[in-house]
Design a protein around this ligand. Structure first.
Ligand SMILES: *Cc1c(COP(=O)(O)O)cnc(C)c1O
Length: 626
């Protein structure tokens, strides 16, 4: 896995230069330099770095692919795209996205009232807004208000009840109006074909969403009856996220294309758009055999354009405008989570840690002999003996025959023997050895919360690329599992023999070591949970000026302790008063000590939940930096 699979998942966004991983843009700064500069400004704990140029790159790629396909096929319909807000609603993301997408007339997709408000306030007038998901009267009324502001908005109905509401709201808004304005209407169709993969539930006949053919015909009749058929503009489907294979999309396109053509021929003359939803996959794999996507964006665009053209031609209708709502594809690459390693757990297993006595139990003496005399020729045999002795020694401890020091010596010696044996036998690659690697894997305690920053790993087992930010000129040798700082045993990315991660053997008392978690810009932020009250990490937007120099902008610090509690509706005024009084009334403190303790308490309350440092030496480095 050269350079942690960067050539598989990196899409040329990052490069290894010397011993660091660098942004492949502008002056190509290293991620470690950016991280250190932010930390020097006093921000500690994990950092989320956003790169607007990577958002722009994804949009350029998407629009270029469709432009090329339309030109190649002489396609007459237009191409439009919207960003589905559920993928990332964070203001630093949305505002930046709207800035970089300006040349494209890129719009937003909303699936709830709050998202609709973001769309109404952030989409430039004229760029498309689409509204999906279940809607009540208020949400539909908001869409009418957006239309009256001049927005190009399409409300996609998910069922006939919503259409009835649209008809009622239309009465209310337009009956006495000088200039009646109604949003465009879209219909989400229930596909008989379905997606694949872990997100496949959005498509298919048992899907939560969409109208059956019978309901479609009924909707058509209703729209005619109420004089709204001219508002029917769009057919919509969404087959699910992270499509690994393009075949289900092609099936869905044929289905949707034929529905479009039939409704149009029947008399829906304003119908002119197919919205193919999202689902474009992102390559998260760090190992070749785990690759998640079997198509290119060019192939995807060609398939969409070709199939729509073919159906339109055969049925004798105009080629529809094409809309996409891909979110993961646009957002994933823009964000990198950087988190410091706080501790390595088996570092105590060094020969230095041995507490051998003048007279050791015989089995320990034997373990020590095995450790000092193990060689390639006897490695397997000695290894088995060592494991055997360990079992016996642990039993002796349980029975009270040996003490805690003996037990500690056992742990250390067996660990050292396993390590030596693996080194000696590494070219044999037997299953037994691989199993032993699990046993000596190094646990890296990392200052982040998996629940907050990688919830899809916790919920779905979604893998995200992980690599250290420096030391890349050295071969990493420790089979690594990553522990977060929550008190939850699920907060672990375990070592997996099929997709092994090796990290460097570092001494955190001597030097800092940062891990980057890549492709975390889609879904992770808002799905993140405040488990143990760890909050969204400190974030920063990294831009580049014309000369290629980077700038750190729009830093938003992670919430402080009292803000977190306030979010849970604690009365923080009461908490504040109570803590203060308890210090003031404490008989264990002198008046000066009370002052000092209060000062410390307030300092801590103003900071976030993430850990500062564990090792004393880091403490020194941090204060050196101010
Ligand atoms: C979630 C969703 C999307 C975005 O899907 P991605 O896989 O992120 O591209 C698009 N459209 C609808 C209707 C959705 O629900």
């Amino acid at each position: 896995m050269k350079h942690f699979g960067l050539s598989i998942w990196g899409d040329d966004n990052f490069i290894v230069q010397g011993d660091t991983v660098n942004v492949n843009y502008g002056d190509k700064p290293s991620l470690i330099a950016i991280t250190e500069e932010i930390r020097q400004r006093g921000y500690k704990g994990p950092l989320l770095l956003r790169f607007p140029h990577l958002m722009k790159k994804q949009l350029d790629t998407l629009f270029r692919a469709f432009s090329k396909a339309r030109k190649e096929f002489g396609y007459k319909g237009d191409f439009h795209a919207v960003f589905p807000l559920k993928v990332n609603q964070f203001p630093n993301f949305v505002q930046t996205l709207m800035e970089v997408s300006e040349p494209y007339g890129y719009g937003l997709e909303a699936g709830s009232k709050a998202e609709l408000i973001v769309a109404m306030s952030h989409t430039p007038v004229g760029a498309p807004i689409t509204v999906n998901g279940f809607k009540d009267k208020e949400m539909i009324s908001l869409a009418f208000i957006a239309a009256k502001m001049g927005h190009n908005i399409t409300v996609t109905i998910e069922g006939l009840g919503e259409l009835e509401t649209i008809i009622a709201v239309n009465e209310e808004f337009n009956a006495d109006s000088h200039t009646p304005v109604t949003p465009h209407i879209g219909v989400r169709i229930r596909l008989h074909s379905s997606g694949i993969g872990i997100w496949a539930k959005s498509g298919g006949y048992s899907s939560k969403f969409g109208l059956t053919s019978t309901e479609l015909l009924e909707a058509y009749e209703m729209l005619k009856r109420y004089g709204l058929i001219e508002k029917l503009r769009m057919i919509h489907f969404h087959i699910g996220s992270q499509m690994s294979d393009i075949a289900p999309l092609k099936k869905a396109l044929r289905e949707a294309g034929n529905i479009y053509a039939d409704l149009k021929k029947r008399g829906a003359s304003s119908l002119g758009a197919i919205n193919i939803g999202g689902g474009l996959a992102v390559e998260y794999a760090q190992h070749g055999h785990m690759q998640e996507r079997n198509y290119s964006l060019g192939e995807f665009a060609n398939d969409v354009v070709f199939l729509m053209q073919e159906i339109a031609k055969r049925k004798g209708v105009d080629e529809p405008d094409i809309y996409t709502e891909s979110g993961r594809f646009v957002a994933a690459s823009h964000a990198v989570l950087v988190a410091p390693v706080l501790e390595l757990f088996s570092q105590e297993y060094t020969a230095k840690g041995l507490r051998l006595k003048k007279n050791n139990p015989p089995l320990i003496e034997e373990l020590y002999d095995l450790y000092t005399s193990i060689k390639r020729a006897n490695a397997r045999e000695y290894l088995h003996d060592a494991l055997d002795h360990m079992e016996s020694l642990l039993t002796l401890f349980d029975l009270g025959y040996i003490d805690l020091e003996d037990r500690s010596n056992t742990e250390i010696l067996v660990n050292l023997i396993i390590k030596k044996a693996i080194g000696l036998l590494k070219n044999e690659g037997t299953d037994e050895l691989k199993k032993l690697q699990d046993r000596i894997q190094e646990k890296y305690l990392v200052n982040f919360s998996l629940f907050q920053s990688l919830p899809d790993f916790w919920g779905l087992g979604q893998h995200f690329p992980i690599m250290p930010l420096d030391r890349l000129d050295e071969k990493p040798t420790n089979p690594a599992s990553i522990w977060d700082i929550t008190c939850d045993s699920d907060g672990e990315i375990g070592f997996d023999r099929n997709t092994p991660l090796y990290l460097h053997d570092i001494d955190v008392t001597e030097e800092e070591y940062f891990l980057g978690f890549f492709l975390t810009g889609a879904y992770q932020e808002v799905l993140g949970m405040k488990h143990n009250l760890f909050t969204h990490p400190t974030e920063a937007v990294i831009t580049f000026d014309e000369s290629g120099a980077y700038r750190i902008e729009r830093i938003i610090e992670a919430q402080n302790l009292l803000d977190v509690l306030e979010d849970l509706e604690y009365d923080t005024g009461y908490i504040d008063k109570r803590l203060k009084r308890r210090i003031e009334e404490s008989s264990l403190l002198t008046p000066e000590e009370k002052q000092e303790t209060l000062g410390k308490l307030y300092l801590y309350l103003s900071e976030n939940s993430y850990l500062k440092t564990i090792q004393a030496i880091n403490e020194r480095t941090e204060t050196d930096k101010g």
